[in-house]
Design a protein around this ligand. Structure first.
Ligand code: MN
Length: 230
C-alpha cells in the first residue's frame, strides 16, 4: 500500500444489470445532439461538430438513490440521455471499430443548473459549475452490449411525478454512437471506465424538491431519482 496522506476515495461505480460493477473513470457528455433540443435552447440544429464537457466520476447517483437539491441554483433541469460505457481504450478510433470499445449502455440524467449555464453562456465562461456538480449524474444499471446489442433506435422518455416531460427516439441523435466514440477519441485517449452521456432530446425542464424523475430507453433500461432537500 503506498503511503497516502489519507485513504483514497472509493472508486465510483455503476451496477451492471447482471450483478457486476462497472468502475467509472471519467464522465464525458455531448453538448447538443438532438435537433429539437438545439432549437428549444435557441441554437441551430445543423450538424456542426459535436462538443463535449465533463462531470466528475463521483457525480454518479446509482440504484435509484435520492438526489439532494444542489446549492447555487433555483432552476435545476433534467436532461434524459443514452449513456455509453467504454471498456477498452484507444485514440483515433475508427467509426467502423468504435462499437468494439463499448461494453454497454445505460439510461442517465444529465442534471443541469440551467441558471448557471445561462449565465456561463452569456459571459462566455466554462460550464463546469452548471454541469459538473455533486450528484449531477443519476444513472441506471448498465446493460451489456453482448446481450442487448448496440441500440440505434427506440423510445427515450422521462416523466416527473408520472407526467410526461421528454419523449423522443434515439434514432434522432445528430451524432451516432460510433461517430461520438470516434470523434471523442480524437480529442482524448478513451480509457476503460469512461462513460459518455450522448445528449438530450427536447422537453428539458425544471425539477424540484419532492419530485421523482423516471426515465427509460427502449431496449436499454431505466433510471429513477427523487429530488430531496439538502
Ligand atoms: Mn445533456
Amino acid at each position: 500500500m503506498p503511503d497516502f496522506v489519507f485513504p483514497p476515495a472509493p472508486i465510483a461505480s455503476v451496477p451492471v444489470d447482471d450483478g457486476r460493477l462497472f468502475p467509472v473513470r471519467r464522465i464525458f457528455c455531448v453538448g447538443r445532439n438532438y435537433a429539437a433540443h438545439a432549437l428549444e435552447m435557441g441554437g441551430s440544429p445543423d450538424r456542426e461538430p459535436p462538443f463535449f464537457f465533463t462531470k466528475p466520476a463521483d457525480a454518479v447517483v446509482t440504484g435509484g438513490d435520492d438526489v439532494p437539491y444542489p446549492a447555487a441554483t433555483t432552476n435545476l433541469h433534467h436532461e434524459m440521455e443514452l449513456v455509453i460505457a467504454i471498456d477498452s481504450g484507444g485514440s483515433d478510433i475508427a467509426e467502423t471499430d468504435a462499437l468494439t470499445h463499448v461494453f454497454g449502455y445505460a439510461a442517465g440524467i444529465d442534471l443541469t443548473r440551467r441558471d448557471l449555464q445561462d449565465e456561463a453562456k452569456a459571459t462566455r465562461r466554462p460550464w463546469d459549475m452548471s454541469k459538473g456538480f455533486d450528484h449531477s449524474a443519476p444513472i441506471g444499471a448498465i446493460a451489456p452490449a453482448a446481450r442487448i446489442g448496440h441500440p440505434a433506435k427506440g423510445t427515450i422518455a422521462l416523466t416527473v411525478d408520472g407526467a410526461p416531460r421528454q419523449s423522443s427516439d434515439i434514432s434522432l441523435m445528430i451524432w451516432s454512437v460510433p461517430e461520438i466514440v470516434a470523434y471523442l477519441s480524437r480529442l482524448v485517449r478513451l480509457e476503460p471506465g469512461d462513460l459518455i452521456f450522448t445528449g438530450t432530446p427536447e422537453g428539458v425542464g425544471a425539477v424540484t424538491v419532492g419530485e421523482t424523475m423516471q426515465g427509460s430507453i427502449e431496449g436499454v433500461g431505466t433510471v429513477a431519482a427523487r429530488i430531496v432537500g439538502r
